[in-house]
Design a protein around this ligand. Structure first.
Ligand SMILES: Nc1ncnc2c1ncn2[C@@H]1O[C@H](COP(=O)(O)OP(=O)(O)OP(=O)(O)O)[C@@H](O)[C@H]1O
Length: 302
């Protein structure tokens, strides 16, 4: 069953169309990513799903409920991450959890949540004294305290150091394993590739592609590149004769062989036959970054 359904969503700010005909459906238990560069319309889309903004046209259903015609039921089903400015500076972590859990009919055990999020030592710490990573973790805890079926998480690893980012990814996977469906807004390729079951790629308000990360990559190109330093000079024709090989180039002491199929096996078999050993072997495949450039015409951070 689709937990989130968005059809033909249009949202304008004045005469600027921020979201222009976006549609997708998120199935139960998915981590579904909205990926796109700054200003693409990701947050606007997420805010429409959360019922914080009214679409100009299109339909949205979250657990079958229209977020704008909601009598309060959705509040118990949907967990949204707080913006940093939403919490008073002097509120302590424990107080915030206690307060927020009181808003819900069947709240989660907030102490357990705080333990999972590694904040137990911070229960008496005021919000303003938390580090960036701790604030992020608290905002995730607050999004989950109502025991939601769906959680919307927007740019939650922005500003975190690499370790904290990885820890957050593990946490999101753990949340999904509890059965929560997750809509994740991100402009980090690595995050999208590592976490998301499927991605809606949005650029300038439009849906450019909707697929699994691997599907997006394979749509664009299934070429691979192998780099290595051969132990002896090698006639390029030996490699270009292989059906798997499309090109062979020299880059300093390295050879760069591009091709498709089981390229690595084909090349290493020929080299072994000619008793050539290789050093510094690297296999490079098309990445989600490459796919994004092919889909939108530019890198995500351009
Ligand atoms: N409240 C608003 N009033 C006017 N324009 C807005 C408003 N909010 C967003 N916009 C504009 O709408 C477009 C989409 O913004 P949105 O925040 O949805 O994009 P985004 O993909 O989430 O970007 P970012 O990653 O930078 O947050 C941008 O051009 C932005 O400047």
């Amino acid at each position: 069953m689709a937990m989130i359904e968005v059809e033909n969503l249009v949202k304008r700010y004045g005469d600027h169309t921020a979201v222009n005909g976006v549609g997708f459906a998120v199935e139960q238990g998915e981590i579904f990513g909205i990926l796109g560069p700054n200003g693409a319309g990701k947050t606007t889309t997420a805010e429409c799903v959360e019922g914080l903004r009214t679409p100009d046209s299109g339909t949205i259903r979250v657990c079958g409920i229209d977020p704008r015609r909601n009598d309060g039921e959705l509040r118990h089903l949907l967990g949204a991450q707080l913006q940093e400015s939403d919490l008073p500076d002097k509120l302590e972590v424990g107080e915030a959890m206690e307060l927020y859990s009181s808003f819900y009919r069947e709240p989660a055990d907030w102490r357990e949540l705080i333990e999972t999020l590694n904040l137990t030592g911070k229960l008496r710490t005021q919000f303003r004294r938390l580090s960036g990573g701790q604030k992020q973790r608290l905002s995730i805890a607050l999004a989950l305290v109502g025991n939601p079926k769906v959680a919307v998480l927007d740019e939650l690893t922005t500003g975190l150091d690499p370790q904290a980012r990885r820890d957050t990814w593990d946490l999101i996977e753990a949340i999904r394993d509890r059965g929560v469906t997750i809509l994740l807004v991100t402009h980090f390729m690595e995050e999208a590739e590592r976490l998301c079951d499927r991605l809606a790629v949005i650029d300038a308000g439009r849906l450019v592609a909707l697929d699994t990360p691997a599907g997006l990559v394979s749509r664009v190109d299934d070429r691979q590149r192998i780099r290595f330093r051969p132990s002896a000079p090698l006639d390029h024709a030996v490699l270009t004769a292989l059906p798997e090989v499309t090109s062979v180039e020299r880059a300093g002491s390295q050879l760069v062989v591009t091709g498709t199929g089981n390229l690595l096996l084909a090349v290493t078999t020929v080299l072994a036959r000619d008793r050539i050993t290789v050093a510094g072997l690297r296999v490079e495949q098309t990445t989600l970054d490459d796919a994004f450039v092919a889909l939108t015409g530019r890198p995500i951070d351009a």
